[in-house]
Design a protein around this ligand. Sequence first.
Ligand SMILES: Nc1nc2c(ncn2[C@@H]2O[C@H](COP(=O)(O)OP(=O)(O)OP(=O)(O)O)[C@@H](O)[C@H]2O)c(=O)[nH]1
Ligand SMILES: [Mg+2]
Length: 413
Amino acid sequence: MEEAILVGLDLGNDDTFEESMSELANLASACDVTVLHIMTQKRDEPNIKYYVGEGKVREIKDAATALDANLVIFNDELSPSHIRNLEQALDVKVIDRTVLILDIFAKRAKTKEAMLQVELAQAKYFLPRIVGAYKYLSRQKSGTGSKGPGEQQLELDRRLLRDRISKLKKELDQIVKVRRTQRVKRKKNDIFTVALTGYTNAGKSSLMNAIIDTTSTHNDHYAFNKNMLFATLETKTRKIQLNNNRTFLLTDTVGFIDRLPHHLVEAFKSTLEEIAEASLILHVIDVSNPNHEKQIHTVEEVLKEIGVMNIPIIYVYNKTDLLEDIPVTSRNHSVYVSALNNYHVPRLLGMIDDQLYQTMVKTNMLIPFTDGEVYSELKDSSNILSTKYTDSGIDIQVELNEEHYNRYKKYIK
Ligand SMILES: Nc1nc2c(ncn2[C@@H]2O[C@H](COP(=O)(O)OP(=O)(O)OP(=O)(O)O)[C@@H](O)[C@H]2O)c(=O)[nH]1
Ligand SMILES: [Mg+2]
């Protein structure tokens, strides 16, 4: 059983610092770690040697001894040398927020792809840090400059880990290829995809089920574990048919969190590509969380990192059943819903329909014969109203949606 003290450094530039500490406590419980005590320190910048100040290190050590803690968890990702120095000074195991998040992801991963992605992120995180495990052994280094047994072991371990990383990358690449092929196929069939994205626990999966409920006559709910951080790691896609017979594919995706480990974002890139390639994004927000503005910001930062640009977004403020009154809309393209009791889900569906199908623009394009494939693409994806062959290319009247309009706008006459 792990019993931990949580430590946070408040650099004064984050007005949601307190909340990020309670989020850390939630992450710890999700890893079955008992939180004994929470300690914080205000500083302008981290201490070079210990991250927190030396006085604080002594306080942590005293608390750990008094409470019999066997783990200290820091709220930020620590450098390998910080971990080394802290473990030496505190004499207990030291980990950071990143390790907790990686552990939760590892627990939740069910598909081959998710497992590979999590393992890749873990391996990359630990590669520069495995020195810690051998810190005592490496002191046996002989004085003559040759390598002691600790160092040899360490070099061997590092090499094995590097080999493992390249093997994982190769396996993932294979899966990514399959996924890409599927996406190309979908594009060819011109089925719009709509991606659910948002902070973890915002209600993405619940909203997916509410939409399935509202649109489908048979019960094809999909099961997920409720009320836990990172319940969803795999993307799940369902075809949704609106009552005017228009269809789209709805994709549920992994949730984001403040200070999401960079290696995880990297490793999950292939999954997250589903968002970057969607025709429309539903950004689901837990409006009952007092911190939701900051969470929106966090999600937008990750979206930027994975290359989401120029994709229309609908802000879906969820969990309104927990509010006293529903606020007046503050953003364009937003809607207040409750996935729990289907409140305003039909309105959201109307907005999706509008966004996907009714923002069709009519325009006149000239496609040079050298770009003949563009003409075939447009024929597949848009309504071509008239076609005329001219000396300088194919002259068309076309009706197309915003996404295609942006993609092909250089051909507009
Ligand atoms: N009160 C209330 N609770 C909701 C609503 N929507 C979702 N929840 C609850 O919020 C929790 C998280 O819901 P999920 O649908 O798993 O959230 P998620 O965004 O998919 O979470 P991750 O997959 O972990 O990123 C669950 O306990 C849901 O029952 C809502 O409209 N109102
Ligand atoms: Mg989910």
